[in-house]
Design a protein around this ligand. Structure first.
Ligand SMILES: NC(=O)c1ccc[n+]([C@@H]2O[C@H](COP(=O)([O-])OP(=O)(O)OC[C@H]3O[C@@H](n4cnc5c(N)ncnc54)[C@H](O)[C@@H]3O)[C@@H](O)[C@H]2O)c1
Length: 346
């Protein structure tokens, strides 16, 4: 099997590449323009097993087509995208071009070259600001209504995939709607957590990464955006999934598509933690205190966003292993420490 991983030098793509290199003999080809991905991550992955790396921007349609054709790709796992929500509001065309247009071209290229499986990174942002959520969380049939160009650019790509598969019987997809992805490579070295890869891009905006940056002293303080939500402690509640569990869902998806139809799956733990709880867990698990300020809410932040994950568990037989929030926070912190040893991560 020849698998093309777009965005494989980035945070989530590299964890999927790691698991594929470690647990399968599939032929792996990573395509990335290194805009937010890291060459060091690729160098670390090469220690596990050899793979081909092609430095290329997805907007170079003709060259992408040649890559898919010449490498006889039969599965594409597509991570490459722009991912910062506020930036998508300021610069929507960047998001529609990089996420929707480039994905549409990749899908076209896949169909032209008889690629049979396409696994796509979508996001819980397609649900927008869900209201009246049942206790079991938001399921995949919940109406989609993105409230920013990032979420819309992903939802449009979902539609392109669905319409394309409906008229191409040899082309199947799995769409994963990720909730809040966090943590780093679970790799024990004499009982010590020693992540080899993690989130490297310096301007990441994710809560656990920012709290970890505070814990290692890279940041002086951090903000909680809103403490007047209708939640138990007033701060937003989210569903945090460890990146290695998420990566494992992708490995399962490859097998799943062999005998099952295309489908959409939420990827989360179905368990919510408030922003305050997460920050407390980072402080407790790292034994470091740091300054936290209250700031006003950000536009478009829902009070609560938790997945209903019964579908992925029952249909894909996905069993998460790293649900402990302390472990998620510790792995993120240990990774931040490693990055701190050498700030230039590219
Ligand atoms: N991180 C999260 O919490 C989260 C949540 C929901 C969905 N997602 C989705 O998961 C995917 C991966 O996210 P991530 O957190 O690993 O981000 P990331 O920025 O770490 O990884 C994206 C990778 O894609 C590459 N890339 C971007 N545009 C490219 C282009 N035009 N051509 C070639 N390479 C390109 C980047 O260099 C980078 O290596 C994205 O599609 C994102 O929308 C992430």
């Amino acid at each position: 099997m020849n698998i093309l991983i777009t965005g494989g030098a980035g945070y989530i793509g590299s964890h999927v590449a790691k698991q594929l290199l470690e647990t399968t003999s599939y032929n792996i080809i990573i395509l990335d323009n290194l805009s937010t991905g890291s060459q060091k991550t690729l160098d670390t992955l090469k220690i596990i097993r050899e793979f081909k790396f092609i430095e290329l921007d997805l907007k170079e349609f003709d060259k992408v087509n040649i890559v898919v054709k010449e490498n006889k790709i039969n599965t594409i796992i597509h991570f490459a995208a722009s991912i910062v929500v506020p930036e998508s509001v300021e610069n929507p065309l960047k998001y529609y071009m990089n996420n929707t247009v480039n994905t549409t071209n990749l899908i076209n290229c896949a169909v032209e070259n008889s690629v049979s499986k396409f696994i796509f990174s979508s996001t819980a942002a397609v649900y927008g600001e869900p209201r009246n959520i049942p206790n079991t969380g938001v399921d995949e049939t919940y109406p989609t209504d993105p409230i920013n160009p990032y979420g819309m650019s992903k939802l449009m790509s979902e539609k392109v995939l669905q319409d394309t598969a409906s008229v191409n019987s040899n082309f199947k997809y799995v769409i994963f709607r990720y909730f809040n992805v966090a943590g780093a490579d679970i790799n024990y070295d004499n009982n010590d957590l020693n992540p080899r890869i993690g989130q490297s891009f310096p301007n990441a905006t994710h809560l656990i990464k920012i709290a970890s940056e505070c814990a290692i002293g890279k940041r002086e303080k951090m903000s909680i955006f809103g403490n007047d939500f209708d939640t138990k402690d007033g701060t937003g509640i989210r569903d945090y999934i460890h990146v290695d569990d998420l990566a494992n869902a992708h490995i399962k998806a490859i097998k799943y598509l062999e005998n099952n139809p295309s489908d959409i799956f939420n990827a989360g733990y179905g368990k919510g933690y408030s922003v305050k709880e997460v920050i407390e867990t980072v402080k407790e698990s790292t034994k470091v205190d740091f300054k936290v300020e209250i700031a006003s809410r950000r536009a478009g932040d829902p009070a609560t966003l938790i997945s209903d994950n019964r579908k992925i568990k029952s249909k894909m037989k996905w069993t998460p292993k790293f649900e402990d929030l302390s472990l998620i926070c510790q792995s993120a912190y240990e990774w931040e420490n490693r990055l701190g040893e050498n700030i230039d991560t590219k």
